[in-house]
Design a protein around this ligand. Structure first.
Ligand SMILES: [Zn+2]
Length: 585
C-alpha cells in the first residue's frame, strides 16, 4: 500500500472512531470541563493527569507526557507497531485495508510475530484435540471432570493436553509445515543436540489469550506429582508474563460492569470461579501482580481483591503487591481462604454464599499486611520494625495527606510504636529526596498554569490559540529565543503550515511528526488552555520580540568587548539601556 492509500484508511478510521469511546473501553474516564480525565495506563499515578479530548480527538498525559491520536494510544496500550494498530482499528471499524509496504525490519518483526501466533493457534488446536478426542487425553479428561470443569468450559477456554511424548507437537508441526525455528521462538519446542523436543509434556494446557483473543502463550499443569507443577511459555515476541492475566479476555467486560476484580493465583482457580458464575476474576501466572497488570485492571475496576489460600508462597506474593496498589491508587483488599482450601475446594465444599460473603468482607490490604506482620514477626520487635520500615517508602508515596495520616495512625497502633516515631522516619525520607513527583495542575487558572511552562511552550501556545500572530513572530529571529531543539523544529513547521494554509489545524501535525519528543510536546501544548486572551497575546508578542533584541544585543556586546571595539560597545550599551526602559518598541 502506498502512503496515500494508507493515509486514506487512517483518515477514515479517524472519522469513524471516537477517541473518548475507544480509550474509555480501557481506561475509566470521567468528564472534566471540555475534556475527559482518568488514571494514566502508562505510568503510576493516583490523581488523573491522563486527559482525552473529544474535540481534538487526542489524548495527553501531563504526568508522563505521552500523547497523540487514537493510533498512538492503540500502539502504546497494546504494545504494537503502527501497521498492526492500523490493521486492528480498520478491522474494528470495518474499514477495508489495502496492502501496505513496510520497512524490511518492520516486516520481519511483524512476520515473526504473525508466525508465532500462527504456530500458537495450531498448537491450541493440537492440544485441544488431544484432550477431547484421543485416548492419550483420557486421564486428563477424568482429572478435569473430577474438578468439575465441564465440556463447555473446556471449549470456551480451549483447554488442551500435551501428550506424554517428546515429539508430539514437534511431529504435528512437521506435518503442518510449521518451521521448527518458529516453534522454537514461540517457546513451544526446545532445540537440543540436533533435535527438537516438546516443551510441554504430559500436562493439561491452558492457552493464554490477549485482550484481542489471540493465543499469546501457554500454561501447563502436571497431572501427577512431577516437577515443576506449573510451566509457562518463556518470554517471546508476543508473550510477556508480567503484562498478561489469565482469563482477562473473557472477564474484563464483567469486571467493567461490577467495577471489581478478583485476582487468583492459577488457571484452575480462575476456571473454578468461572464455573460457579463468578466472572469478574483473572489469574496471575504464578507471580506477584505487577504494576503493568494493575494499571490495566484499574481501567475497568475501582477495587481489586486478591484471593489467596493460606499457602505461604501465595500469601507472600500477595503482600509484595501492596506498594504497587498504594502507588497505583487502587483500593486493594485481601481475602484469605481457610487453611487447606483453594477457591475451588472452598466453593465445592461450602458453596457460593459463604464465598460471596468473604468477598464482601475482604480486608483492606494494608490492614491485612499489618495483621500478618504482627503474626509473623511473632513478637520480635526488631523484625517488626524492619517490616514497618519496608512499608515507609510506599507510605511516603501516598499523596493525600489525610489518607497518609490515617495509615500512619493505623500502623503505629498496630505495631505499638509512637506515631511521632513514624513521622520522624517519614521525614527522613523526604529529606533524602524521595519526592512525590510533580503534582497535577489542571483546573487552575490559565495564568497560574502558564508560569509553570518555559518560553517554548508559550510560543507554541500563542501559535495554537492565536495563529494571527504567527506572521509577526516568524519574521523575527525567533530561533534565538526558543530554548529546546525539538521545540524549535516544531515551531518552524507550525510557521510553515500556518503560512501555507489559513485553516490549518495543528492537531493534524501529530501524525506527521517523526520525532517522539516533538510529538509529545505538541500534544501537551494542544491540551493546555490558552495562556493569553486576544489583547495579552499582542503584548506577549511584543515581550518576546523585546527579549529577542535583548539576547542579540547582549551577545553583540560580548563580541565587541572581545574585539576591544569601544565605540561599538558604547553604542550597544546605550541601546541596551533604552531597550530596558522599553523605548525600542
Ligand atoms: Zn502518564
Amino acid at each position: 500500500m502506498d502512503r496515500d492509500s494508507y493515509q486514506g484508511v487512517k483518515e477514515e478510521i479517524k472519522r469513524t472512531a471516537d477517541i473518548v469511546q475507544l480509550v474509555g473501553e480501557f481506561v475509566q474516564l470521567r468528564k472534566a470541563g471540555k475534556n475527559f480525565v482518568g488514571l494514566c495506563p502508562f505510568h503510576s499515578e493516583k490523581e488523573p493527569s491522563f486527559t482525552v479530548s473529544r474535540e481534538r480527538q487526542m489524548f495527553h498525559c501531563f504526568g508522563c507526557k505521552k500523547g497523540g491520536d487514537i493510533f498512538a494510544f492503540w500502539m502504546a496500550y497494546h504494545q504494537c507497531s503502527f501497521p498492526e494498530a492500523l490493521e486492528d482499528l480498520a478491522e474494528r471499524y470495518q474499514i477495508p485495508l489495502p496492502q501496505r509496504k513496510m520497512s524490511l525490519r518492520e516486516k520481519r518483526m511483524q512476520e515473526m510475530r504473525e508466525a508465532i501466533l500462527d504456530a500458537n493457534r495450531r498448537a491450541v488446536k493440537f492440544f485441544h484435540e488431544v484432550l477431547v478426542g484421543s485416548s492419550e487425553g483420557k486421564e486428563a479428561r477424568a482429572y478435569l471432570e473430577k474438578r468439575g470443569i465441564d465440556k463447555e468450559i473446556i471449549e470456551e477456554f480451549k483447554l488442551g493436553f500435551a501428550p506424554p511424548r517428546w515429539d508430539g507437537l514437534a511431529n504435528y508441526f512437521t506435518a503442518q509445515k510449521v518451521p521448527h525455528r518458529v516453534a522454537e521462538s514461540a517457546g513451544l519446542v526446545i532445540f537440543n543436540k540436533g533435535r527438537y523436543y516438546d516443551r510441554f509434556r504430559d500436562r493439561i494446557i491452558f492457552p493464554i489469550f490477549d485482550l484481542k483473543g489471540r493465543p499469546v502463550g501457554f500454561g501447563g499443569r502436571v497431572l501427577g506429582n512431577a516437577h515443576p507443577k506449573y510451566l509457562n511459555t518463556p518470554e517471546t515476541p508476543v508473550f510477556h508474563k508480567g503484562s498478561v492475566l489469565y482469563g482477562l479476555q473473557a472477564s474484563y467486560t464483567h469486571m467493567r460492569s461490577v467495577r471489581k476484580a478478583l485476582i487468583v493465583e492459577g488457571y484452575m482457580d480462575f476456571l473454578a470461579l468461572w464455573k460457579w458464575g463468578i466472572k469478574n476474576a483473572a489469574a496471575t501466572l504464578g507471580t506477584a501482580l505487577t504494576s503493568a497488570q494493575v494499571r490495566r485492571l484499574k481501567g475497568y475496576v475501582d477495587e481489586i481483591i486478591t484471593v489467596f489460600d493460606s499457602d505461604e508462597a501465595g500469601r507472600k506474593a500477595a503482600l509484595r503487591g501492596l506498594p504497587i496498589f498504594i502507588n497505583e491508587g487502587v483500593d486493594a483488599k485481601a481475602m484469605l481462604l481457610p487453611e487447606g482450601h483453594d477457591p475451588d475446594s472452598f466453593l465445592n465444599s461450602k458453596g457460593m454464599e459463604p464465598f460471596v460473603a468473604m468477598v464482601e468482607e475482604a480486608t483492606v490490604l494494608l490492614e491485612f499486611y499489618l495483621n500478618q506482620t504482627l503474626v509473623e514477626a511473632n513478637g520480635g520487635l526488631e523484625e517488626k520494625v524492619a517490616r514497618i520500615r519496608s512499608l515507609l517508602p510506599c507510605l511516603h508515596e501516598v499523596k493525600d495527606p489525610m489518607l497518609r495520616s490515617a495509615y500512619v495512625r493505623k500502623i503505629a497502633q498496630a505495631v505499638g510504636v509512637k506515631e511521632a516515631l513514624l513521622w520522624e522516619e517519614l521525614g527522613k525520607l523526604s529529606k533524602g529526596g524521595v519526592s512525590g513527583g510533580e503534582q497535577g495542575e489542571r483546573g487552575r487558572p490559565a495564568q497560574c498554569l502558564a508560569k509553570k511552562y518555559n518560553r517554548d511552550m508559550h510560543v507554541l501556545n500563542l501559535l495554537i490559540y492565536h495563529p494571527e500572530v504567527a506572521g509577526e513572530l516568524s519574521n523575527s529571529p525567533w530561533d534565538i529565543f526558543v530554548q529546546d531543539e525539538s521545540a524549535s523544529k516544531l515551531i518552524k513547521i507550525l510557521f510553515d503550515k500556518l503560512e501555507q494554509r489559513e485553516k490549518f489545524r495543528p492537531e493534524e501535525l501529530l501524525e506527521e511528526l517523526e520525532d517522539e519528543q516533538a510529538r509529545n510536546e505538541l500534544s501537551e501544548a494542544l491540551m493546555l488552555p490558552s495562556f493569553y486572551d486576544d489583547a495579552s497575546a499582542q503584548l506577549a508578542v511584543c515581550e518576546i520580540k523585546r527579549k529577542i533584541d535583548e539576547i542579540r544585543i547582549t551577545s553583540s556586546i560580548r563580541e565587541a568587548r572581545k574585539r576591544g571595539d569601544m565605540e561599538e560597545l558604547n553604542a550597544l550599551l546605550r541601546q541596551k539601556a533604552r531597550l530596558q526602559k522599553g523605548m525600542l518598541h
